[in-house]
Design a protein around this ligand. Sequence first.
Ligand code: 13P
Length: 256
Amino acid sequence: MAAQKKLIIGNWKMNLNVHDASVYLHKLDVEIQGHRDVEVVVAPTALALQPLSLQINRHKMKLAAQNFYWRDFGAFTGEVAATQLRGLVKYALVGHSERRHVFGETVKDTREKVHAALRNQFTPVLCIGETQSERTSGETKDILHDQLVGGLANVTSEEIDNIVIAYEPVWAIGTGNNASPHDVADAVLAIRSQIRHLYGKEKAASVRVLYGGSVTADSASDYLHVNGVDGLLIGGASLKLHEFGSIIKKAHNITQ
Ligand code: 13P
C-alpha cells in the first residue's frame, strides 16, 4: 500500500498557551534534527497558529488546526472560519471524536468542513471511529462506513488525494486502553475497502490512513508496522517532548 513519508500529527487539544507552545516547538525542532523523512505536524490551540506560523521551519514541521467552522464569514460568534486558516495551516482535524461527542458535531458538519478545507487549500484529516458500545454490539464497520461515506459525500476522485483519514476508536482516546494492532488492521482494511468502493483500487491504496488512540513511544512502532497505516495521530503523548520525539524517531527508523 501507500509508500510515503510517515505522517505524525500531535494534537495538543486544549493544552499549552501561546508562549508554552512556542517554547515546545523550539525544543522539538532541536529534538528531531535530521528526521526530514517523517512529516511532523502539530495542532496547537487556534490562538497559537498565527505566531507559530511565523516561527515554524516549514521544511521540518507543519501546522494543523484542531477545528474550524465551514462558513466563510458572518455572524458566528466565537468561531474561526476555514478562510481565516488559509495559508496558516497545512492540515485541519475534522470530526474528531471530542467534536462529535462533546460538541455534537454531525456527519453533515464533517462533510461541510471537508469541503471548506479543500476550498481553502488545506488538507482535512477526517477522524472516524466507533464508541465502546457500538463496538460491543458489532457495529464498528457500519459506523466507519457511515462516518466515511457521510464525511466524503461529493468529494471528487481528484480531491480524495488531498484527504487523510484517521481511525480513532472513541474507547481508545485518552483511556490508555489502546486498540490492538489486529483491531487497527481490520479497521484500516474496512476503510480502504470503502474507499475502493467509492473511488477505485488506486485511490484505496494511495489514500493516507492514520491510527490514533492512546499511542505511546512504546506502542508506536507496532501501529506503524500495520499494513496500510501511514502514520499516527497522537494526543497525550504529543505533549511530552521526549516521548513525541521518540515516536518521530521510530517513524524515521521504519522509513529507513
Ligand atoms: P490520546 O493519544 O491522548 O489517546 O488522544 C488521541 C487523540 O484524540 C488524537 O487526536
